[in-house]
Design a protein around this ligand. Structure first.
Ligand SMILES: C[S@@+](CC[C@H](N)C(=O)[O-])C[C@H]1O[C@@H](n2cnc3c(N)ncnc32)[C@H](O)[C@@H]1O
Length: 510
């Protein structure tokens, strides 16, 4: 371990062979403490994106082009936005490189866009060499490993050659410099959601220092535009109290993915093998988010014999059961289920169209019951979708939900929260949103039982107070988000609803 290289607010930056640079709490930190608040060094389309307006980053069909450079924008206002006008516009215009409008607009990802964000990073380096030297050039690129991937060749053609030869920036940016920024973006980039809902890539050199853990102890929020006119500021906070000397972790993987899929994603996109406590434990810290059901005995659970080896055999833990599965068989099951879920999410499955979004997911849950442990991560993903759909989609409006479906929504939220208590403890966004989702059926259920004389006024007060506790925690978490973001606006609603709920609780007898 090296000695602290930088001291920032609340953390020191150390480095070692395993992590490279990493952040450690320099004092005892309470939950919600701000660790980093920074603007991006660059922001732009993800490397594999469909066409976006280069000014506001909203999805476009490429029918409107910038009058100066001929690349997609929404309209004349967007072509003047600094994000485009002060970046690639001048380069494209000077070289006479216009966007080639695809024959079939809307036909998936657009390779011409791959050069945009690397070019924005290179231009930012020219404009702010001091920040580049101090913060950005220290970031990891994993060039040796990336060179062995087929993507390196695609980058050479779509980004390096395109920029140097077609856009005529050979004298400004070397091949190595362009590959370096592609690596920096791939290894360190954060995804952010634009106000129009598209996903874009942001580079935050301070936030990127944090190492990964599948149970992170920090949370971050990115605000696309705040009231001061700033764009894409990130604020990183502690999710729970962190003791002095502890590492500060973010998560580069999906919380509700099983170990095999998280580790595969981390190896493919971040080039390391995660060995955190969650990954190392076959039961995922007792959550059973990776466990399968044994089909050969009554109560057996099939677990990996070594989750840190993606190829290790899986074995039933049932008494006297010798059932085993090869890792590739387990991986195939996960792939099939993911594909079926995706088809339902995108309304591409017959069931989603014929049955509707709720019934199609409930049917999948039933179908997978015999394969997975009830708390398996892929089932939790389905349950997470269902918890949001009950009360929102046609035929399932909240006010019309019978008690049995209110109970279903409550049960789904509670199952998700039980897993999050372990794998995303503290003030995580997903926890805040799930708590918000939970409080409404709790209130409706209590009122419905009171109206049908199944609860006394005192019991109603108790049940509403329990819902108020849930709502208060949701408000505490979501009010950390900027009120202009969707999550932040739920936080504002939660705070307002809490006042009303408290007033109605106060009118009931103790
Ligand atoms: C976003 S960077 C983190 C900052 C980086 N360590 C640096 O020095 O700039 C991500 C890289 O850090 C390393 N890293 C982060 N978390 C790790 C972990 N849990 N185990 C091993 N390596 C990790 C990996 O090399 C990964 O590709």
């Amino acid at each position: 371990m090296g000695s602290p290289a930088t001291t920032a607010q609340g953390f020191d930056v150390l480095s070692n062979d395993k992590y490279g640079r990493y952040a450690v709490a320099s004092k005892d930190l309470p939950a919600g403490e701000v660790l980093v608040s920074e603007l991006p060094f660059a922001v732009g389309p993800k490397l594999d994106t469909y066409p976006l307006c280069l000014g506001c980053l909203a999805p476009v069909d490429a029918s409107a082009l910038c009058s100066a450079c001929g690349w997609p924008v929404c309209d004349a206002d967007c072509e003047k936005l600094a994000l485009h006008a002060d970046n690639e516009c001048a380069v494209f215009k000077a070289a006479g490189v216009r966007f080639a409008v695809p024959a079939e607009p809307g036909a998936g990802t657009c390779p011409q866009y791959e050069c945009i964000t690397p070019l924005r990073v290179l231009l930012a380096k020219e404009k702010d060499p001091a920040r580049w030297d101090k913060e950005v050039k220290l970031l990891m690129t994993h060039s040796d490993k990336r060179k062995a991937n087929p993507q390196w060749g695609a980058n050479q053609v779509n980004v390096v050659d395109f920029l140097r030869k077609k856009c005529k920036v050979e004298s400004r940016f070397s091949e190595e410099a362009i590959h370096e920024v592609i690596g920096i973006l791939e290894v360190n980039g954060y995804e952010a959601r634009t106000p129009s809902g598209s996903m874009v890539l942001c580079l935050y050199p301070q936030a990127a220092i944090m190492a990964h853990n599948c149970v992170p102890n920090t949370v971050h929020c990115i605000t696309p535009t705040n009231q001061g006119g700033e764009r894409y500021r990130i604020v990183v906070r502690t999710a729970a109290a962190v003791a002095k000397g502890s590492m500060l972790y973010t998560s580069y993987a999906h919380t509700l993915d099983p170990t095999m899929l998280r580790r595969e994603h981390l190896q493919l996109s971040k080039f390391f093998d995660c060995d955190c406590a969650r990954c190392a434990d076959p039961t995922e810290l007792g959550t059973h988010m990776s466990s399968l059901k044994c089909t050969k005995c009554d109560n057996g659970i099939i677990l990996s014999t070594n989750p840190l080896d993606q190829g290790a055999e899986w074995k039933c833990n049932g008494y006297n059961c010798s059932n085993t599965l090869r890792a590739d068989q387990v991986r195939r099951v996960l792939g099939v289920v993911q594909a079926e879920q995706e088809a339902v999410d995108q309304f591409e499955s017959g069931d989603a169209l014929a049955l509707g979004p709720v019934e199609a997911r409930e049917k999948l849950l039933k179908q997978y019951k015999t394969v997975f442990h009830p708390r398996h991560a892929l089932l939790l993903q389905l349950k997470h979708s269902l918890a949001q759909l009950y009360g929102r989609v046609e035929g399932y409006a909240l006010d019309d939900l019978p008690d049995i479906l209110l109970e279903r929504k409550i049960e789904l939220c509670r199952e998700i929260l039980a897993a999050l208590d372990v794998v995303a403890p503290g003030m995580s966004r997903i926890r805040g949103l799930t708590l918000y989702e939970l409080h409404v059926p709790m209130i409706l259920h209590a009122r419905s039982h009171f109206q049908t004389d199944q609860l006394t006024e005192v019991q109603l007060r108790q049940d509403l107070s329990a819902a108020a506790k849930v709502l208060a925690e949701a408000a505490d978490i979501l009010c950390l988000e900027d009120p202009t973001t969707p999550e932040g606006s739920v936080g504002v609603m939660a705070k307002e609803s809490l006042i009303q709920l408290q007033a109605s609780i106060d009118s009931l007898p103790l």
